[in-house]
Design a binder for this molecule. Structure first.
Ligand code: FES
Length: 79
């Protein structure tokens, strides 16, 4: 499960299961990755709980319409 408390403390932390930060995700995107699974595997990690998918998608597309805006966790626009 995602550690939401940790993520709240550090807005640059994207994936708490794998300790991936915005710059790690950005590196994968800059290298042409678009797909969540591919981006997760870019640093030889794997999606686990999947709760960071919305944040990753937001970094890829700029679309946060399916995220909890404040916490960037998957959900139906909770905020
Ligand atoms: S936070 Fe669990 S897979 Fe990313």
């Amino acid at each position: 499960m995602m550690d939401i408390e940790r993520k709240k403390k550090d807005p640059t932390l994207v994936c708490t299961c794998n300790d991936l930060y915005v710059e790690d995700i950005q590196e994968a995107i800059d290298d042409g990755e678009q797909d969540y699974d591919e981006i997760m595997q870019y640093h030889y990690t794997q999606p686990r709980c999947g709760d960071c998918e919305c944040h990753v998608r937001y970094l890829v597309t700029g679309d946060n319409s399916r995220c909890d805006i404040k916490e960037l966790v998957c959900g139906e626009n909770k905020s």
